[in-house]
Design a binder for this molecule. Structure first.
Ligand code: MN
Length: 206
């Protein structure tokens, strides 16, 4: 049986061009994300009690998993979850600046939106090796954080609001080694409405 499924992208493969090419989107979704889903399902094959759990439940209780699948689930469950969020956090009509309560919350924490974007970008640039840059809600506060590999902020009790994949597979085909150019371009497709919804939903569930 199949437990987890590769979600469709909420737009076409070429929708985020020229900022992220159709080739990258296609490869990233059908190869990388699909492989995380397959490996996660394979790992859970012998554990029917885990197959009915949501990915969020699994990632927030990694320490309780059987030792022999813990690492595989951490890497591939995290990869599945992180990418599922990442696709939603971008939109062809994204970019610009946030508005409303998200804007206010970012200004309260970072001073202004320009500074927030600069701090986020600087931190994303500094990640050594493969990982993710995040804006998270941590103890009710907006915070910048990074995770190595496919670790998810969820596992650390943080709610992801906005995430940027800085694995080379996310940009190398188009930007080669120029991660700064990828980061600059990515701001043009940030789906602020999705980020705002995550923030308001997290307040409701708190
Ligand atoms: Mn990726």
């Amino acid at each position: 049986m199949i437990m987890f499924k590769l979600p469709d992208l909420p737009y076409e493969y070429d929708s985020l061009a020229p900022y992220i090419s159709a080739d990258i989107q296609h490869l990233h979704h059908t190869r990388h994300h699909a492989t995380y889903v397959k490996n996660l399902n394979d790992a859970l094959t012998s554990y029917p009690e885990l197959q009915n759990k949501s990915i969020e439940e699994i990632l927030t209780s990694l320490s309780t998993l059987p030792e022999e699948i813990k690492t595989v689930v951490r890497n591939n469950g995290g990869g599945h979850y992180n990418h599922s969020q990442f696709w939603q956090m971008m939109h062809p009509k994204g970019g610009g600046d946030p508005t409303g309560s998200l804007k206010n919350a970012l200004e309260d924490q970072f001073g202004d939106i320009k500074t927030f974007k600069e701090d986020f970008s600087k931190s994303a640039l500094k990640i050594f090796g493969s990982g993710w840059q995040w804006l998270v809600l941590e103890n009710g506060k907006l915070t910048l954080t990074t995770t190595p590999n496919q670790d998810s902020p969820l596992t650390e009790g943080k709610i992801p609001l906005l995430g940027l994949d800085v694995w080379e597979h996310a940009y190398y085909l188009q930007y080669y080694n120029k991660r700064p150019d990828y980061i600059d371009a990515w701001w043009n497709i940030v789906h602020w409405e999705d980020v705002a919804k995550r923030l308001s939903d997290s307040h409701i569930t708190k």
